[in-house]
Design a protein around this ligand. Sequence first.
Ligand SMILES: [Zn+2]
Length: 439
Amino acid sequence: MRYLNWLATAFLWAFAIGAAAAPPAGAAPGAVRVVRAAMLIDGVSATPLNNPEVLIRGNRIEAVYPAGTRPLPEGAELIDLRGLTLLPGLIDTHTHIFLQGEDPAEGGYDVQLLKYPASYRAARAIVAARRALEQGFTTIRDLETEGAGYGDVGIKMAIEQGIVPGPRMFVVTRAISTTGGYPLEGYAPEISVPKGAQLIDGPVEARKAAREQLDHGADWIKVYMTHRSWLDAQGNLVSQPTLTVEELKAVVDEAHGWQRKVACHAYNGIGLQRALDGGCDSIEHGLEITDAQIAQMVRQGTWYVPTLAVYYGDWDPPDTPAGQRDRKRVATHGVAFAKALKAGVKIAFGTDVGGFKWSEPIAQEFPYLVQFGMTPMQAIQAATSRAADLLGRRGQLGVVAPGAYADLMAVAGDPLSDVKVLGDVGFVMKDGVVFRAAQ
Ligand SMILES: [Zn+2]
């Protein structure tokens, strides 16, 4: 009897534990689906495929072929997208789910850290993650939590377990800068205020911060290599450098030892040069890059994530120093992007969404990429196979091909003749599960 009681208790415990830990979010392993569309842009091929069918088993793509060349497998579900153009799920390699556009009228950046409970910020971050998926972005590299600690690790976990919907996440946790290198700023020196990043001084502290972040789940390390920016007397853009080469090298050495990579926020000048000399894997923003720096990026295989569109919003008035700086930023940015593209620098799609409101379309970046010299196909590949390369997931993400994850999105119209239609999303599948069905 006692044994039976024990057995019953053990069974109940096992059941309770099983119920508490949610199953993985992907499609059931045996499920077979065929997605049919008007056109396929597969993320890698130079030309689209007309009338494609994509055979999906569980959460993986098994085959891609023209419609009518194979019978529908027995028991397969047909998902007919009719007139839509099918693409790989898009990848945004620069997002901030813990930022909300920082409207000054709503308290700007500081209120996020000073007045909002972590739970409130997490709730908004969960909505932001869902917003990305709704827009066909099935993968994001989220580039720091802005004072919300390791909140990104928990949200990634909840998405992976199917508790909340969202994209695949590559997370960096807290990010690293130096004393004087990140907000909150402008408070009385007598009081301590929280900072939006982990501040370090010296290679020992730099390495320790990287180790802590990697230990707590960082997939990448994010470093701020420049901070404030302004115009000098000659009207040139200047940005304040933060970490020294020695400090950055300690971070890069540690991250690379863990086989992780380092993303560096860098506008221009000394800070950007230190980012390259210290071995950064991706340059974020790169508002002004000299010819020599472009050559160094090509030589070192450094990625460039330009985030063009975000700099076109929220300009200060033209007759103010900040307003003049805002206009100079976009003037130099377009030039840097065009030169880097021409020189063959590896470019991945990133938007800095969160820096602008999540209610704005993420796809607003595409027309800027085309305006400054990419073909629509190059812009799409920057957001698919190229971004997957940056993330070390070539062949797995950002491509519609056998063996890849069944991450798909579809849009009305032909994005090769107008990239703006990438914002008109009609279907989203992630990991073999339909998140947004075609109407
Ligand atoms: Zn950013």
